[in-house]
Design a protein around this ligand. Structure first.
Ligand code: XIL
Length: 366
């Protein structure tokens, strides 16, 4: 009897078949799933009046994505709003205390102008994305305040034709809902007053712009969003021109979205504010490098639940995803072990989440 060659046993072949089916199944999960719009129609045309559907535009001093024709054409046909991912941050715009480099931000603004899109200005004051000349020393408020005033006035004036909403102050509360008095160089020098001043200077520079406070982990009703509600009430009572509150919504596919997103947005709207979803993505743990169909279906439900919450609050004026293709998502670099956080694969194939978003946009306001 011929010795059986290793690896040819029925058990091995059966195992091989099972493994191949599993891989094929996983790969089919990302198979092209055309978005639910008739061929040739534009997703942006399904967006209901009164709300913008936006995306962050990848880049810093340079942009890989804006050299990618498929990326550029997809942005033009899919979204009514764009947000510079990094191009308006101090580290890009301010080479030093006396100069500005507008080129990267202008590239995003010119894209919006060409596409007839609005832009979300991101962001005037943040503890991240700052240059070393700003963070490498301590500042007297009397020194830094005029620099900040010039920054806010210059940027808001320059982009007044295309920016409708500004993230004036981003992430000013920490995880314990305390003011970031040490990490944020502006608040470290001047306290909360610099935030109030930034809103006033932005309003003077562009009275029609809607001026937002934004943060993460404030999507539902929780101690941090409670703290923002109290802060907004105080600012409004003082006559500070705060017009909006934005939830970033960087979510985890296993945790999903809080059940109180709509209630949370509504309570800020009840103060007379606009509300917005400003940076939605839903990261997926990727032990297998390729998400399962079940993971992608769950991700679609998470995206849909956040858009539902926005569409059910009449003051929700924009719904922005933090990138729309896995090809340029920030997640793999900043959240190792996670990926597949956006609406399309790296090959621009629609995931179930994009179809869910399109279906909800077509249904309109609830
Ligand atoms: C991130 C960008 O996506 C990265 O490219 C950059 O290196 C760091 O900042 N909240 C914000 C965004 O308000 O500005 C951050 O964007 C993500 C978290």
């Amino acid at each position: 009897m011929t010795a059986r060659r290793p690896g040819r046993s029925p058990r091995f072949l059966a195992g091989l078949a099972v493994g191949l089916v599993a891989v094929a199944t996983a790969l089919s999960a990302c198979a092209a799933v055309p978005p639910n719009v008739p061929t040739g129609d534009r997703i942006r045309d399904t967006v209901p009046t009164g709300v913008d559907f936006g995306t962050a535009i990848e880049g810093g001093r340079t942009s890989r994505a804006l050299d990618d024709p498929t990326y550029v054409s997809t942005v033009a046909t899919t979204f009514t709003s764009v947000t510079p991912e990094n191009q308006m941050k101090w580290s890009i715009v301010r080479p030093d205390a006396a100069s500005f480099d507008f080129a990267p931000a202008d590239q995003v603004a010119d894209l919006a102008r060409r596409n007839g899109q609005r832009m979300r200005g991101h962001t005037l004051l943040w503890h991240g994305g700052n240059p070393s000349w700003l963070t490498g020393r301590s500042w007297e408020c009397s020194e830094l305040r005029p620099i900040v005033k010039q920054h806010v006035t210059t940027l808001v004036s320059r982009y007044a034709d295309v920016v409708r909403e500004w993230d004036v102050a981003n992430e000013i509360l920490d995880g314990g809902a305390n003011l970031r008095t040490s990490e944020n160089p502006f608040i470290a020098a001047c306290g909360i007053d610099i935030v109030k001043d930034a809103f006033r200077w932005a309003h003077e520079a562009d009275p029609k712009a809607r001026l937002f406070l934004t943060d993460y982990d404030v999507e539902g009703v929780n101690p941090k969003s409670d703290a923002y509600l109290a802060l907004v009430k105080d600012l409004l009572a003082e006559g500070v021109p705060v017009h909006g509150f934005g939830i970033q919504a960087h979510l985890d596919n296993r945790e999903g979205a809080p059940g109180s997103v709509q209630a949370n947005l509504q309570r800020f709207a009840d103060l007379g504010l606009d509300v917005a979803v400003t940076e939605l993505d839903v990261k997926v743990p990727l032990p297998m490098a390729i998400p399962s169909q079940a993971s992608l279906r769950r991700q679609a439900d998470v995206y849909g639940s956040v858009l539902d919450a926005c569409l059910r609050v009449s003051r929700c004026t924009s719904f922005t995803v933090w990138g729309f293709t896995d090809r340029y998502s920030w997640v793999p670099e900043y959240r190792p072990g996670y990926g597949s956080a956006t609406l399309m694969t790296a090959e621009y194939e629609a995931k179930p989440a994009l179809n869910t978003i399109v279906d909800r946009l077509k249904q309109g306001r609830r």
